[in-house]
Design a protein around this ligand. Structure first.
Ligand SMILES: *Cc1c(COP(=O)(O)O)cnc(C)c1O
Length: 381
């Protein structure tokens, strides 16, 4: 049948993924986000969210969203340059810029779109992006879409980056890095990167999706003119969207050039209301961050005796390196049978042979939750 020949190549590739243990599928969450979630009808103790401060289901944030929905409705109705740019969006941009010590900020609907928007606006065919090899997929896609040369330097290797910058004859150079690496949990060497950017007259684009709200970056205050800083709002902030902070002319340029910002409907204003409330909680959230730090210390201490190495990380992302992806998936299944949700991260998300259990801690976890996880892992080892 004609229909079938059309679908056949897709089926073949999916079967191939299945045979390799790489087929992905959606699971349905039926609860609010938090340490205890209901997934496909089963309750689990979860170590698999990016809700690092436990704010995704915070009642004050939900109330702010509900109140904004009552007052302004749900849909933004238009893109930002038509009539979609609401006073709540403007207030969120101003408050965020103040919070990070930048002149101005611009709200995107997601971090993925923000990365596409910034990099495709600033760079074109005669330019070059210098990207850490472990950068998030959205930065890889952004570099490709920009048409600029895409140079990937070895992870956190400043000598490699320096050499690549030195040899480049690109008109405009931009260094792009995650500040906290999403699959490893380690951090980029911020001060040294800033020094290299200055020496080579390059932009420095910092994607702080996993750090904003959790870590402080004193060196960025005030934000130097060559630095563009991205915070996403779907992780520690617990909402959705992304904010880009930069010098005034950079933001004005993006307003005029960033197609992923121009040609998309503005995010619902109720989300900006939620993010504003969350920022308030983050600014006064030292107790949450202190608890998270204590959980990280306890987890690392409890995992030290396991046969699998824990990667070096002082962030809420604590990956346990398993290696073989079939083994990692089997371990994840055994944990699930014990009521613990800790999914395996496999290639192509991480390099071949480095499959891992990516433990993600939240300030909403208790010390007992960490003990429960450690005890289960010890039993499986
Ligand atoms: C999650 C993530 C993004 C994408 O942000 P969204 O708002 O989820 O689209 C971008 N960069 C990094 C490093 C991320 O971890």
């Amino acid at each position: 049948m004609a229909e079938d020949t059309f679908l056949q190549p897709l089926r073949a590739e999916l079967e191939c993924l299945e045979r390799d243990g790489r087929l992905r599928r959606r699971r349905v969450t039926e609860s609010a986000q938090g340490p205890r979630i209901v997934l496909d009808g089963h309750e689990y103790l979860s170590f698999a969210s990016n809700d690092y401060l436990g704010l995704a289901a915070h009642p004050e944030i939900a109330a702010a969203a509900a109140q904004a929905a009552q007052q302004f409705g749900v849909g933004a109705g238009a893109s930002h340059l038509l009539t979609g740019h609401h006073a709540l969006h403007a207030e969120l941009e101003t408050r965020f810029a103040q919070h990070v010590g930048a002149a101005e900020a611009l709200l995107f609907s997601t971090g993925y779109l923000a990365n596409l928007g910034v990099i495709t606006s600033l760079l074109g065919r005669h330019d070059a992006v210098f990207a850490d090899r472990l950068n998030h997929a959205s930065l890889v896609d952004a570099a490709r879409l920009s048409g600029a040369e895409h140079q990937r330097y070895k992870h956190n290797d400043l000598a490699d980056l320096d050499q690549k910058l030195e040899q480049s004859s690109a008109t405009t150079k931009l260094i792009a890095t995650d500040l906290v690496f999403s699959m490893d949990g380690d951090r980029a060497p911020l001060e040294a990167l800033l020094a290299l950017a200055e020496r080579h007259a390059a932009w420095l684009y910092l994607d702080d999706a996993h750090g904003f709200g959790v870590l402080e970056h004193a060196v960025l205050r005030p934000l130097p003119a060559r630095v563009i800083y991205l915070a996403t709002l779907g992780k520690a902030v617990g909402v959705a969207g992304a904010l880009v902070a930069a010098a005034g002319p950079v933001i004005e340029f993006l307003v005029n050039k960033a197609r992923p910002w121009i040609y998309t409907t503005a995010q619902p204003p109720l989300l900006a209301a939620a993010a504003l409330q969350s920022l308030q909680l983050i600014m006064t959230g030292d107790d949450r961050r202190a608890h998270l730090t204590a959980l990280i210390a306890l987890l690392r201490q409890r995992l030290a005796g396991l046969p699998w190495p824990v990667l070096v990380s002082d962030t809420p992302i604590q990956p346990l390196l398993i290696g073989d992806h079939v083994r990692a998936v089997a371990l994840a299944e055994q944990l699930a049978a014990r009521g613990i949700w800790l999914p395996a991260i496999r290639p192509p998300t991480v390099p071949e042979g480095t499959a891992r259990l990516r433990i993600s801690l939240s300030a909403a976890h208790s010390f007992e939750d960490v003990e429960t996880l450690a005890t289960a892992l010890e039993a499986l080892a």
